[in-house]
Write a protein that binds this ligand. Structure first.
Ligand SMILES: *Cc1c(COP(=O)(O)O)cnc(C)c1O
Length: 348
């Protein structure tokens, strides 16, 4: 019997037996007192990987992003980000709620802004009407961009604009390891360009919970205070941090596997009679549009009959995300199902 193939997101993975063992074995303490050795080890290790001074373990990527925005901005200031950015689209309006800041939304190419677009959106300082631009936020890889990614060179060019205008640069790195696996860039070099980075361990890396916010020592000190106020001060969080450490040690190299599977899905979908177009696949996200022969809800239902769970991602749009829990057998089954759907009499 084939298990359910859940393609809705790379958040659906469950800890492996080895990861669970690492969790059980973790030395822990009260992290609000700074006494959890496993949390401290995770924060230090992640910071060192990205060439940053310090880290802060948080329950979610939404919290790491929102804390970063809160620390970087003041009310009446503005953040420049792409219109598709998670911080704008999927964090419940948290920027306005938590930080009373506004957003300048850039219409980039598949989630990616150019240095020119960033510069054009910086507000002139001497005009009383405008909010003050304070922060630029990138997302790597870009979720709504279909897993597109910035190269280090592109990041450096945007960082140059930020430095020239005294703006901070934040990275929403929910899938930063996917971006790095695809670009071949070194994590350590990110520290040269970003003032803060949110790294999620519960996406492609397969930990059950956890994101780490990275930044300078003073930034993280302030962020720790905001985390406490938001209710994110956890106690024996080392059990969770142990899963994250395990993921960093064992689940980074295998991301290429997820990318290969996503690429094969792209090829299968490009040949499918029911697909209008597939966004270019660069990492582990496959976004495609169905043509009129299949409505998105019937497509999702047809997959469900084959034990495949997917969700629509806008009108006639579907997103598949490959991850750790999609085995080779499942992947082959999926390719067969997608091919067989060509021959099916399609309903109206
Ligand atoms: C998943 C995700 C986040 C964080 O989500 P949480 O569920 O709060 O951990 C942030 N940014 C992007 C681009 C994401 O895909």
């Amino acid at each position: 019997m084939i298990h359910t193939i859940d393609l809705r997101s790379d958040t659906v993975t469950k800890p492996t037996p080895e990861m669970l063992q690492a969790m059980f074995a973790a030395p822990v303490g009260d992290d609000v007192y700074g006494e959890d050795p496993t949390v401290n080890a995770l924060e230090e290790k992640t910071a060192a990987m990205f060439g940053m001074e310090a880290g802060l373990f948080c329950p979610s990527g939404t919290m790491t992003n929102q804390i970063a925005i809160k620390v970087h901005t003041q009310p009446l200031t503005e953040i420049i980000c792409d219109v598709t950015a998670h911080i704008h689209q999927y964090e419940g309006g948290g920027i306005a709620f938590n930080s009373a800041a506004s957003t300048a939304l850039v219409h980039g190419e598949r989630g990616k802004m150019t240095p020119q677009q960033v510069e054009e959106n910086i507000r002139p300082l001497d005009n009383i009407h405008f909010p003050e631009t304070r922060l630029v936020a990138l997302e790597n890889s870009c979720n709504k961009g279909g897993g597109s990614f910035y190269t280090l060179q592109e990041i450096a060019a945007i960082s140059e604009v930020c430095k020239r205008h005294h703006l901070s640069l934040h990275l929403d790195g929910a899938r930063v390891f996917n971006a790095l696996a695809a670009s071949g860039d070194a994590a350590k070099d990110y520290g040269l360009y970003f003032d803060s980075i949110s790294v999620c361990l519960s996406k492609g890396l397969g930990a059950p919970v956890g994101s780490v916010l990275l930044g300078g020592k003073d930034f993280i000190k302030r962020a720790r205070k905001i985390r406490k106020v938001m209710g994110g001060g956890m106690r024996q969080a080392g059990y969770l941090a142990a899963a994250c450490l395990y993921a960093l040690d064992h689940h980074v190299d295998r991301l290429q596997e997820d990318h290969r599977k996503a690429k094969e899905l792209e090829q299968a979908l490009q040949q499918a009679s029911y697909v209008d177009y597939v966004m270019p696949v660069e990492t582990n996200i496959v976004i495609f549009k169905l043509n009129d022969s299949f409505r998105d809800d019937s497509f999702v239902q047809a997959l469900a009959k084959q034990n495949i769970v997917a969700a629509s991602f806008g009108p006639q749009m579907i997103r598949f995300v490959t991850h750790l829990d999609i085995t080779e057998d499942m992947h082959q089954h999926l390719l067969q199902v997608l091919a067989a759907m060509n021959k099916e009499q399609v309903e109206v």
